[in-house]
Design a protein around this ligand. Sequence first.
Ligand code: ADQ
Length: 472
Amino acid sequence: MSARSSFVVVANRLPVDRVTGPNGSVIWRRSPGGLVTAMQPVLSSQRGTWVGWLGNATQHGAPPPEPFQLDDFRLRPVPLTQEEITRYYEGFSNSSLWPLYHDAVEPATFKRRWWEAYRRVNHRFAEATSEEAAPGATVWVQDYQLQLMPSILREMRPDLRIGFFLHIPFPPFELFMQLPRRAEILRGLLGADLVGFQRPLGARNFINLSKHLLELHTHSNTIQAEDGRRVMADAFPISIDVSEMEHLAESPEVQTRAKQIRAELGDPRVLLLGVDRLDYTKGIERRFKAFRELLAEGRLTVPETVMVQVATPSRERVEHYPALRSKVEREVGRINGEYGRVGVPAVHYLHQSYSRTELAALYCAADVMMVTPLRDGMNLVAKEYVAARVDDRGALVLSEFAGAADELRQAFTCNPHDLDGLKQTLLHAVRAEEPEVRRRMRMMRRYLRAHDVNRWAISFLTALGSPESDRP
Ligand code: ADQ
């Protein structure tokens, strides 16, 4: 066995993208993203390991992919078969847990065979982690795909310090109780020493659930687990690499591209922007409806106002997603059919992935950024937009159901379920005077600079290592 690590990150995916090298060889390149940026310093200094899935199916009977080194940390791939991808990932994770944890804005589906795969895969992740972790190591498990892992790992390795962070909302008691395997999931999470959430509300829901479902004793933000351990639950709002986005936004390349984007759109007076994974939680349909009604009422007009919607392809094999894509694309067609002219569409819809540079240019070009999820753990796009506005311009319309609303308090906040309210907020943002826009943006930027993703990682790890979390 290789040298073991004193720090192990576990996430469904390894932070790498597959690219084809010379002669068709496979090369793994580090994928962009806040999580890996935040983990990098700790992983490097601790000779850390990241455990996760490489993203492609392993054939039955094929040898598991070997661990490998990337930059200065080790990657330990966990293989999944095609059937496990269907049942553990697309099934239980993304068709049962994802909708349920997002207020069941689309109905959750439960299938018994999905549960079996979810349990089996969590077990496999725990085994791989146990092999990688040095005695007394710190293990940080990420997200809803791995909620059983903390308790399985604790049973294998009671010497480890285990943290868990949930990137999506944790639902209220009434919703969680619909989950067929609710007690097992809760016990799985309680295997950790520290369970972190995006918002204080998530931590409160979790503590309340422990009290009522398992009748555990709770005090403030600690829960006494069935084996007598103290488990701490608290909010650790995730953030972005603020200086990376600021540097990008300041670069001549991005500034030039931002101007070019506006020119290509016909130099509109107001450029509205949406950037989301194409997901039913993101409130894309509500946003289009609000825009269409504002055009119909003549309160916004084309070509003075133009909307750009980037909708990244996502989970196309999971139920609800192809249907959402059809609905969104129909709506775009309807708006353009009614309000566009030859060469002047009202909505520019882009179902594509973009580089960080192009995203930064879009952020810099947009007058109003629309972030209107019906429910969202945090929403990093809202934070990226604020970080990119090094000119202190630009208005952020932000749903109060996004975790980011707890922090970006100077945004134009809205309730996306209330269409009239959403329209009012959009108009308010469009019509706001420059001094007001600048004042709001300046304050949000100041806040964000002091709360970047490194601070998030440090505060979680400090709480995980603190003696408070296991004092009897
Ligand atoms: P997501 O639901 O994926 O994340 P979000 O937080 O908005 O949502 O992050 C999306 C990321 O993808 C952003 O960094 C954005 O720049 C990038 N992105 C979006 N469209 C893109 C495109 N077309 N091309 C390239 N990149 C694109 C989950 C939770 C969130 C939580 C995060 C982190 O659902 O609530 O904020 O995890 O914890």
